[in-house]
Design a protein around this ligand. Structure first.
Ligand code: OGA
Ligand code: MN
Length: 217
């Protein structure tokens, strides 16, 4: 028997992307458990956990040349994903398909994507911040996905997104995706009691002027 709602040709990925597009249109953000294909989530988690200490760098705050590290603001260490690993390339292919889908359906004009693995050791957090300030950044959409098996309620480490006077708590469970307009939603990572792995990324506009290439290649 055939469902009248969903044509046979609906791939699970399109369904996932459609859910994201609808939620972004309605609310400006989307929290979606089990969004990543399970094999992709599983292998990204293994990769993030197996990266060596030398491959993770203390994360900075502020803009490129005013780079500084402040452990009172954020305690994560990051490793940029630039296609060095097979699983990193698969992640970039998945986000590229999402980018094309969102451009086609929401006309956002998303041009490029940057992302990094993040590791929050026990006791670390990321205080409330915005990922982009109006007119100062080409980051349009923030994308966070979580790489932790069986996260327990007493392990902390939730991301809290502030939506007006309300807030939404996101458990950093394997395969969950959080995506939101970078300039609109302050958010924070509550102190984690366990090693916490995620990927944070940003879809960006192309704001190149003349021969100055931005985003940098
Ligand atoms: C960030 C960020 C949230 C998270 O890296 O800018 O807000 O849950 N990360 O890891
Ligand atoms: Mn952020």
């Amino acid at each position: 028997m055939n469902s009248t709602l969903l044509p046979d040709t609906y791939a699970p990925e399109d369904l996932c992307f459609a859910t994201i597009a609808a939620s972004l249109t309605e609310k400006g953000y989307c929290i979606l458990p089990d969004a990543l294909p399970s094999q992709l989530a599983f292998e990204l988690a293994a990769h993030a956990q197996n990266l060596s200490d030398e491959q993770y760098f203390n994360a900075g705050i502020g803009r490129a040349n005013q780079h500084m590290t402040n452990r009172f603001v954020r305690g994560d260490e990051v490793c940029w994903i630039e296609g060095q690993s097979e699983i990193g390339r698969q992640w970039l292919e998945w986000t590229e398909r999402l980018r094309v889908y969102l451009n086609r359906h929401l006309f956002l004009g998303l041009f490029s994507f940057e992302s990094h693995f993040a590791h929050y050791p026990p006791g670390t957090f990321y205080k409330t911040h915005l990922d982009a300030f109006k007119g100062q950044s080409n980051r349009i959409l923030s994308v966070v996905t979580y790489l932790n098996h069986q996260w327990m309620p007493d392990e902390g480490g939730e991301m809290v997104i502030y939506v007006g006077d309300d807030n939404v708590k996101v458990t950093p469970a394997l395969g969950t995706l959080a995506i939101f307009l970078s300039e609109e939603f302050p958010h924070e990572v509550l102190p984690t009691h366990r090693d916490r792995y995620s990927i944070a990324g940003w879809f960006r506009l192309n704001t190149s002027i003349g021969d100055q290439i931005d985003p940098p290649q």
